[in-house]
Write a protein that binds this ligand. Structure first.
Ligand SMILES: O=P(O)(O)OC[C@H]1O[C@](O)(CO)[C@@H](O)[C@@H]1O
Length: 214
């Protein structure tokens, strides 16, 4: 939190990991090493900041590019605060119900619930790795703090020359192929469309827009 003396009572948010509709989907997830999670973040402000997830990075996949992830806002609205591991890019993606949001390889992420409603979101991600929390712990959160009055503040624990935050709307930012207008769970069973989750390098050239927010 921005206020180091802030004390917040938990639990803050609920994560349901490895959710599936039936046993055959579960087998498919296990074989493909993919997980579908549902996360619910209630509306709350804590020491003047909107409630948020802790934040983490993903490690490198065997092909040398970090594992990506894809989210869908199921209910409510969200801010996805993405930051490149080398801090050369920091993006706030504003998303609403129905939006799909990509966490590109090499970006850490925090989700903020910036509304008076509960945020429910789902994600598809490789199950082959453990999230890396240490960089966020050492630097006391993400590169920016997001306050409920609309203000944002650079985290003073970060280098002074980090870039300004770029604000992008997920609404109208159509994800390129391989993501059609479908809900995330509808992609379950589609090996090729979800292959990028475990083999991100293969898709770097094929889907050049996929890993960037412009
Ligand atoms: O692990 P954190 O930083 O608390 O973030 C939670 C989110 O990340 C995930 O672990 C997936 O990356 C989800 O289960 C959840 O939405």
């Amino acid at each position: 939190m921005a206020d180091p003396s802030c004390v917040c009572e938990g639990p803050l948010y609920e994560m349901y990991r490895g959710v599936c509709r039936n046993n055959s989907d579960k087998e498919w997830f296990d074989v493909q090493q993919i997980r579908y999670d549902v996360t619910r973040i209630p509306s709350r402000t804590i020491c003047k900041e909107w409630i948020k997830t802790k934040g983490h990075y993903h490690p490198l996949s065997p092909d040398g590019l970090a594992y990506p992830e894809i989210y869908e806002v199921l209910e409510g609205a969200a801010y996805y605060l993405l930051q490149k591991r080398d801090l050369s890019d920091i993006v706030l993606v504003r998303a609403e119900k129905g939006d799909l949001i990509l966490i590109p390889p090499g970006y850490g992420h925090i989700t903020v619930n910036p509304t008076m409603e509960t945020l429910t979101m789902a994600n598809l991600v490789s199950s082959a790795f453990a999230s890396q929390y240490l960089p966020y712990e050492e630097l006391k959160g993400g590169a920016y703090y997001i306050f409920s009055d609309g203000g944002m503040k650079k985290n003073p624990a970060y280098p002074a020359d980090i870039p300004d935050i770029r604000i992008v709307d997920a609404t109208g930012t159509h994800l390129p192929e391989p993501f059609p207008d479908k809900s995330l769970y509808d992609l379950v069973g589609d090996v090729m469309r979800l292959r990028f989750l475990n083999h991100p390098r293969e898709f770097e050239d094929l889907y050049p827009g996929l890993y960037l927010y412009t």
